[in-house]
Design a binder for this molecule. Structure first.
Ligand code: HXC
Ligand code: NAP
Length: 260
């Protein structure tokens, strides 16, 4: 496939990826490893972390990781330090961990709502806050993975909509606070991505998937690589003047279906 990215465009870059042991974020880890980065991954499940590290190494990449829950600030702090000790100052940080289940607000316990806010919003804050002392300054690029739920209300998604809306605003605030140090902070908002846990949970049948597609301007699902290429762009020097933005890689789903 033709690509605008030069081979090994991430060589000598040190990257820390939270929630990168499956789905979209695993695709991001594979893409950065393919382009020569030193990749450190975290997620809760030690087996998934080990499998991911093995896969990245088997394809020729430099990789390490540790099991860590993004809700646990001290654990995130230790993991980021471990990454920087092994791989050097962090050039790129991804806050991609998320939790989602469809539930009406009235059918959720306070703990159900809090769990998603803790993983998505607090987790993003924890990863970015803990990484700050270890960032390459100037030059580091931070990316949060948000969702269309941040800007469009959906039924059965009040917890996710509230959490992801918070992620979008957090990114913009950190872009202002850390811009003077030469640290860029952005978010990517994926649309529905084929074969992912998110799609399995929100559109578990072929009929539900068809209904999702009908609300996408391009009438198609995306692939993890679409999001990974957006991360490469935001990590690269080409994006050196880009901060505080939400990059929509979503087939136009955030536009809605445009019908009265
Ligand atoms: C109502 C639910 C529920 C459900 C869990 N809870 N599932 N409430 N309906 N279907 C409640 C539980 O009862 C509990 O409250 C609280 O949530 C915490 O549940 P735990 O199972 O103890 O939480 P935990 O083990 O921390 O797991 C977190 C999780 C889980 C979010 C609940 O689903 C998870 O690990 N998800 C990670 C993977 C994932 O979700 N990937 C999809 C990301 S896609 P009580 O009161 O009983 O204690 C995405 C956007 C997709 O984010 C966009 C697509 C277009
Ligand atoms: P996924 O496969 O479930 O990926 C979630 C990742 O986060 C996994 O590696 C998971 O590993 C990790 N994780 C979950 N909770 C964690 C925690 N508390 N601490 C640390 N790691 C944790 O989901 P996905 O569908 O690819 O979604 C990935 C991202 O894209 C999410 O931010 C999601 O909101 C966003 N998104 C997805 C879609 C879509 O179509 N799928 C659309 C828009 C936005 P462990 O289980 O080992 O912890």
């Amino acid at each position: 496939m033709a690509t605008i990215f030069k081979p090994d465009c991430m060589a000598d870059r040190s990257v820390f990826l939270a929630g990168a042991t499956s789905g979209i974020n695993l695709g991001i880890a594979e893409r950065f490893a393919e382009e020569g980065a030193r990749v450190f991954v975290i997620s809760r499940d030690a087996e998934k972390v080990a499998r991911t590290v093995d896969t990245l190494k088997a394809s020729g990449g430099q990789a390490a990781g540790t099991a860590c829950d993004v809700r646990d600030y001290d654990a995130v702090d230790a993991a980021v330090k471990d990454a920087a000790d092994q791989f050097g100052p962090l050039d790129f940080v991804l806050a991609g961990a998320a939790g989602n289940f469809p539930a009406a607000a009235i059918d959720m316990s306070a703990n159900g709502f809090r769990t998603v806010v803790d993983i998505d919003l607090m987790g993003t804050y924890n990863v970015f806050r803990a990484s700050h002392p270890h960032l390459r300054k100037p030059g580091a690029s931070l990316v949060a993975i948000t969702a269309p739920q941040a800007e469009r209300p959906y039924v059965m998604q009040s917890h996710v909509c509230a959490a992801k809306a918070g992620v979008n605003m957090l990114v913009k605030c950190l872009a202002l606070e850390w811009g003077p140090e030469g640290v860029r902070v952005n978010a990517i908002s994926p649309g529905p991505i084929e074969g992912t846990e998110g799609m399995k949970r929100l559109a578990p049948t072929p009929e539900a998937e068809a209904a999702v597609k009908a609300n996408v301007a391009l009438r198609a699902l995306g692939a993890p690589r679409d999001i990974a290429d957006g991360c490469l762009y935001l990590a690269g020097d080409e994006a050196r003047y880009v901060t505080g933005t939400i990059l929509y890689i979503d087939g136009g789903v955030v536009l809605g279906n445009g019908r009265f």
